[in-house]
Write a protein of this length. Structure first.
Length: 132
């Protein structure tokens, strides 16, 4: 009788273990949170009347960020709005002691950013690529 109980216990233990192992390997993970397509670092080129102006956009998960340029230094970006692949934000650059208000509107396609900065000096076509 002891042998039958032991055999039954061993069978039930193996079945339960197989079930639990099987559940562990077939369980699905919850979906990962969608990453905002604007988050990261972007190398951008503004095409101005004075030539091409390279800058870097640095965008955090909370959509705070800055635009950094060798000529104008670092400027915070504000009013960031992302809707699908459309993006818009504002920034104020210090160009030789003069504040220049910029408004950006564009789209993100994969690792490419295309759009325009509007300012009191006109509209500047802008292209960019995400830094790896």
């Amino acid at each position: 009788m002891k042998a039958k109980i032991f055999t039954l216990f061993a069978y039930l233990s193996l079945t339960a273990t197989a079930f639990l192992v099987g559940c562990g390997t077939t369980a699905t993970k919850p979906p990962a949170a969608a990453t905002n397509p604007f988050v990261g670092e972007w190398n951008i080129i503004m095409k101005t009347a004075m030539g091409e102006r390279p800058s870097t956009l640095i965008i955090a998960e909370d959509l705070s960020g800055s635009m950094v340029s060798e000529k104008t230094g670092s400027s915070p970006i504000t009013n960031v709005k992302v809707d699908g692949n459309s993006v818009a934000f504002s920034s104020v650059l210090n160009a030789m002691g003069r504040a220049i208000d910029l408004e950006f509107a564009g789209t993100i396609e994969g690792d490419n950013l295309n759009g325009k900065f509007s300012s009191s000096f006109g509209v500047f076509t802008t292209t960019g690529t995400r830094k790896p």
